[in-house]
Design a protein around this ligand. Sequence first.
Ligand SMILES: Nc1ncnc2c1ncn2[C@@H]1O[C@H](COP(=O)(O)OP(=O)(O)OP(=O)(O)O)[C@@H](O)[C@H]1O
Ligand SMILES: [Mg+2]
Length: 339
Amino acid sequence: MGLFTQDVGIDLGTANTLICVKGEGIVIREPSVVAVDLKTTQVVAVGTAAKDMLGRTPGTIKAVRPLKDGVIANWEIASDMLKAFIGKAVKTNFFTKTRVIICVPAGVTDVERRAVDSAARAGGAKYVSIIEEPMAAAIGSKLPVSEAIGSMIVDIGGGTSDIAIISLGDIVTSKTVRVAGDAFDEAIISYVKKKFKLLIGERTAEDIKLSIGSAYPYEGEGAMEIKGRNVEDGLPKNCEITSEEVREALKEPLDTIIEAIKTVLERTPPELAGDIYEKGIVLTGGGALLRGFDKLVSFATNMPVVISERPLDSVVDGTLICLENNFRNLYQNRNKNNF
Ligand SMILES: Nc1ncnc2c1ncn2[C@@H]1O[C@H](COP(=O)(O)OP(=O)(O)OP(=O)(O)O)[C@@H](O)[C@H]1O
Ligand SMILES: [Mg+2]
């Protein structure tokens, strides 16, 4: 029983947590949700089992999302969740040394960064290295990050949209807006409340977005029946919402993201902008799967746009590539002191 090292990559996302293990690939892909018993403050369930309880729990059990807007909102619960996931991902014993590479959105504060670092340690990591999400997403999307070529990555997650220009292993310019998939759901909730006087929950709003949501008109648009509660008398009520109405609901958050993309493009040095024009803006994150989002970005920026091959996995894929390469040549000047 010698000293045994396990290298683990973690994408601790607002909506989903993914974990990969060097030599094995992705081993955990679960919603970032924890169910807690309010009486005992004990964790009752994590991940998929806990998400199924969202909005449906009895009084004493509460389903909590420990991350909000891309950063840890509840440290205790975030560490409990990480501990449960890491425990599930790697079989450790007293002699195992777990080294973790974990992501944070670009531009987070030191306090937010330290919270992630210490949550990973509390979750069982002996060594922790932090990488910025857009860099991981770009590596995972197989962009030439270490070359003298400009790449642009736009990661639309649940809590944040990370936009970054990368060249020579570093982030040249970036912007993070705390408007992404969750904001789309919230926008649908307020639209339905205002237009149909109907109260719906987060899960229904997400269902609407996934079924008929879009950023740009698409072929085969339709409508969907939704169930909720009447704002006025609180009684159950049904309504029908069309794709066009959902697009109207999503307009404001989509505009915010488009504006942020334009701001980053304006700040991009001309040579790198030329590279990006040639290769296209790369979209990733769950939000990149919203119908027509690529068309909207292309229309608004006049640039070619491509969707990453694996939008939901690109960040964790990036950490896996870093682990496999022992971090060499992937991102210089960063985190040298770790590991
Ligand atoms: N097909 C789809 N169409 C539209 N939205 C989708 C689709 N699939 C997933 N999403 C949305 O993507 C979001 C989750 O994406 P992702 O897993 O990349 O986020 P995250 O990494 O957990 O969040 P963050 O990076 O902001 O911390 C959710 O809001 C989800 O509703
Ligand atoms: Mg993410």
